[in-house]
Design a binder for this molecule. Sequence first.
Ligand SMILES: Cc1cc2nc3c(=O)[nH]c(=O)nc-3n(C[C@H](O)[C@H](O)[C@H](O)COP(=O)(O)OP(=O)(O)OC[C@H]3O[C@@H](n4cnc5c(N)ncnc54)[C@H](O)[C@@H]3O)c2cc1C
Length: 258
Amino acid sequence: MNIIVCLKQVPDSTDIKIDPATKRIVREGVKFMINPFDMYAVEEGLRLKEKLGGKLTALTMGPSQAESALREAISLGCDEAILVSDSAFAGSDTLATSYILSKAIEKIKDYDLIFCGKQALDGDTAHVGPGIAGDLDIPQIINVRKIRDIKEGRVTAERMTEYGYDVLEAQLPCLLTVVKDINVPRLPSLKGKMKAKSAQVIVWKAADIGAEEARTGVKGSATEVWKITTPPARPQGKIFEGETAVDQLVETLKGLMK
Ligand SMILES: Cc1cc2nc3c(=O)[nH]c(=O)nc-3n(C[C@H](O)[C@H](O)[C@H](O)COP(=O)(O)OP(=O)(O)OC[C@H]3O[C@@H](n4cnc5c(N)ncnc54)[C@H](O)[C@@H]3O)c2cc1C
């Protein structure tokens, strides 16, 4: 079983800052980490590899600093790490990002499963997983909370929904995006950390993956950010206390219904 995990390096903070001029995330002077949902994707890949054998490849598109995220993936147990990085990719939106990653995956060639996180903590669109599957023209199951079975070239998985879950079956190769209910990610071992230090991270540029320039970076991006605003702060909730709390609540609700 050859598995690819797409992981994104994101700012290690919930306080994501946007540059008002460029309308892009400020990445200077920020600490980075692997997108939390992608840690679940790595873990699921590791578990399947341990069960079924094969190879687990970590793949990311980003600037050179994203190499540290790939080293972390190796320390957890990934066998190979590929960084797709080119100045032509700067400014890529989700359409261009999906295209670039799908071109890299086409170059990897031999794969049965692709894992992505449900969404990235910074961009937060949840576009990229489905975008890659679309570009590769393979089936996808999103928001997977459990893989039930993989046999006879098919995967059966539980897709989390608002009301519970659906059980879906798809033919391999298939792309799955995962939610945090799927597993508990492991910590790297000392041996893993040592291995990661000296491991080779493969770097591919646009030409290496045959990416068309017109489909990458700002040129290849369909999104134009006009304005970014912060939602207004929610008014504080009201707390009813004491023996008359229920009566107070009922009166307040009646007042709201008038
Ligand atoms: C006009 C515009 C310009 C932008 N310019 C830049 C820029 O210059 N630099 C920049 O870094 N971002 C830029 N972005 C943001 C960039 O488009 C997104 O960060 C990126 O496309 C991923 O989208 P997302 O964060 O919403 O990921 P989601 O779709 O929410 O991610 C879902 C999953 O896809 C996978 N994934 C997502 N991104 C990657 C990746 N890069 N590598 C591997 N796996 C991935 C992960 O598994 C992740 O969990 C720009 C966005 C717009 C709209």
